[in-house]
Design a protein around this ligand. Structure first.
Ligand code: ADP
Length: 257
């Protein structure tokens, strides 16, 4: 009947609205779940070093440690405090990046110069890991936030060193391409690689392929989540290719300015 036809038409009109609300709702639900997971992860990650600090200091306080023990326990307390500091710094950094109203201040910068000086800072660490670290590039200008670019280069190069193999290499390059007005930064290593099934997941907060390797080399599981944020804030493109036991290559493409 006519009433029914009207209903259908009305339904057709409000259908897009219902879809939008449904979509938004599922976004909110997903966000709420992610936030809950993040909080649970943070608590867990903070508890581990704190429990160690509390345990070792209690043993010393109760006089249960011999002179030899005291030194060993102090080392553990120191190591776990540093771990806690690194974690807290990364967590604070992520929550700063989360506040999207604070658009980062952008300026025209030479990404090649920024990358070169940050790679230089990691030379000593590369030596310690028996890894050869190389840099090449030419002046390449982008609109970017200098501090974020420093973090970006640092996090990617630091990973490429830590997940490398003895006698491995890391190559960082920054070049600009006139034909498509792009600036491309690549960080390529000859390390342990990432199994295909994990490739899409390593950018999630606290996700690690091998938890013990990450922790023993001072990782927090937040470095690549920070990288992903920074890349998004710069409207850049991130590509990753990796082969277990061969190496990993991360490419970030910016608009040249
Ligand atoms: P982490 O602090 O554990 O290094 P990240 O967020 O930087 O955390 O990286 C997440 C995980 O991705 C790491 O735990 C590691 O398993 C993997 N990963 C990151 N970079 C590399 C790399 N260059 N080669 C192999 N695995 C990597």
């Amino acid at each position: 009947d006519l009433d029914h036809i009207d209903d259908i038409n009305a339904y057709k009109e409000i259908r897009p609205l219902i879809d939008t609300i449904r979509e938004q709702h599922s976004d909110i639900m997903e966000n709420a779940q992610m936030r809950q997971e993040f909080t649970a992860n943070v608590s867990h990650e903070l508890k581990t070093p704190l429990t160690a600090i509390s345990g070792y200091s209690e043993l010393i306080e109760n006089g249960m440690a011999t002179d030899g023990d005291v030194r060993r326990f102090a080392t553990e307390i120191h190591r776990n405090s540093n771990r806690l500091l690194t974690l807290i710094n990364d967590i604070i950094r992520l929550s700063e990046l989360d506040v999207t109203e604070n658009a980062p201040s952008m300026e025209r910068i030479d990404l090649c110069a920024v990358a070169r000086s940050n790679v230089d800072m990691l030379m000593l660490s590369a030596e310690k890991h028996n890894v050869t670290l190389k840099f090449s590039g030419q002046p390449s200008y982008i609109m970017g936030n200098k501090m974020m670019m420093e973090e970006l280069v640092y996090n990617l190069t630091d990973n490429a060193i830590r997940y490398n193999k003895p006698d491995g290499t890391v190559e960082v390059t920054v070049y600009s391409y006139e034909k498509d007005h792009s600036v491309v930064m690549k960080v390529k290593d000859t390390g342990i690689g990432i199994p295909e099934g994990h490739l899409g997941l390593v950018f999630q907060r606290f996700y690690r392929v091998d938890k013990s390797r990450s922790k023993s080399t001072g990782g927090t599981g937040l470095g690549l989540a920070i990288v992903k944020h920074i890349v998004a804030q710069h409207d850049a493109k991130l590509d990753i290719t990796s082969e277990p036991n061969v190496g990993t290559e991360i490419t970030i493409t910016f608009q040249s300015r």
